[in-house]
Design a protein around this ligand. Structure first.
Ligand SMILES: O=C(O)CCC(=O)CC(=O)O
Length: 266
């Protein structure tokens, strides 16, 4: 557990693994989660991979700062953290809004990026109407009031039926986030359109999505992959919006060989 004073906030992060490891992956989390969502995936990666995990603004143990912030702020937090930790060039993997952040990082600091993994994300997610409705619902009922519908998008029916205790735990993760940070991040997603970025990406890029993702469905993610020269597009079967939790082995089977420059595991 480590903290850094960055851009006027306290950022919670963890670097796991050997600092001299051949491969470093930096993970950026999704709306309403903290960096613990990546731990099941980390368990599936080899010893020669080190990871940098962090809680995005207002999530987990990272401070919120001003209630209003922008995609530029979220990207700036990640850039400053990477500089603070001093990891140099790395693979960046972002989930959902985290995937938007790493697209923004590519635009701002391409020198830091070896490869990209864009997971259940897009350059533009949702519409102003859907985000405004969600924000209004949270203002009325809190995060607990939207938790059922979020869980339906995050996880498949099978997960709901077979992993009830885990489902309850991830629901608690959502409900314990700061409502102000969650709303601030909804506003950022609502106001962000990064469509100009994917065609400029020149590093190897893997785009991944769960076949039952209710937040960023496969067609949306395929549309982003089609915009990125040479990008690879993969669908994970039996998976909702959070593959690092629901299908960590299948996600690792795609990410690990991609990061190491090998052909995919069978
Ligand atoms: O997960 C994100 O970062 C944004 C997409 C979303 O709205 C997830 C959800 O459905 O709660």
């Amino acid at each position: 557990m480590a903290f850094a004073a960055i851009n006027g906030i306290t950022v919670h992060y963890e670097f796991i693994g050997d600092p001299g490891a051949r491969h470093t992956i930096v993970f950026s989390n999704s709306l309403g989660t903290d960096f613990r969502i990546w731990l099941p995936l980390f368990d599936e990666l080899g010893d020669d991979v080190s990871v940098l995990l962090y809680d995005s603004r207002g999530h987990g143990l990272t401070g919120l700062g001003a209630a209003e912030f922008s995609m530029e702020d979220l990207v700036g937090d990640l850039v400053a953290l990477v500089d603070h930790v001093g990891i140099g060039k790395a693979v960046f993997c972002g989930l959902s809004v985290g995937g938007m952040v790493v697209q923004g990082l590519w635009r701002k600091r391409p020198d830091l990026v070896r490869k990209l993994v864009l997971c259940d994300t897009a350059p533009k997610i949702g519409t102003a109407e859907t985000w405004n409705n969600r924000i209004e619902a949270i203002r009325k009922t809190g995060l607990a009031g939207i938790a059922d519908s979020v869980m339906e998008r995050w996880f498949t029916n099978s997960f709901h039926e077979e992993r009830r205790v885990d489902l309850a735990g991830y629901r608690l993760m959502l409900e314990r986030q700061s409502a102000a940070a969650y709303i601030g991040t909804c506003e950022v997603i609502r106001d962000t359109d990064l469509s100009a970025i994917p065609p400029t990406i020149t590093v190897p890029t893997l785009c991944v999505v769960g076949d039952q993702d209710g937040s960023t469905p496969p067609d949306l993610v395929r549309g982003m992959a089609d915009m990125i020269p040479g990008a690879r597009f993969e669908v994970i079967e039996g998976c909702g919006h959070i593959p690092c939790v629901e299908q960590p082995q299948r996600l690792a089977a795609l990410i690990e060989p991609f990061v190491k420059g090998m052909k995919g595991r069978p």
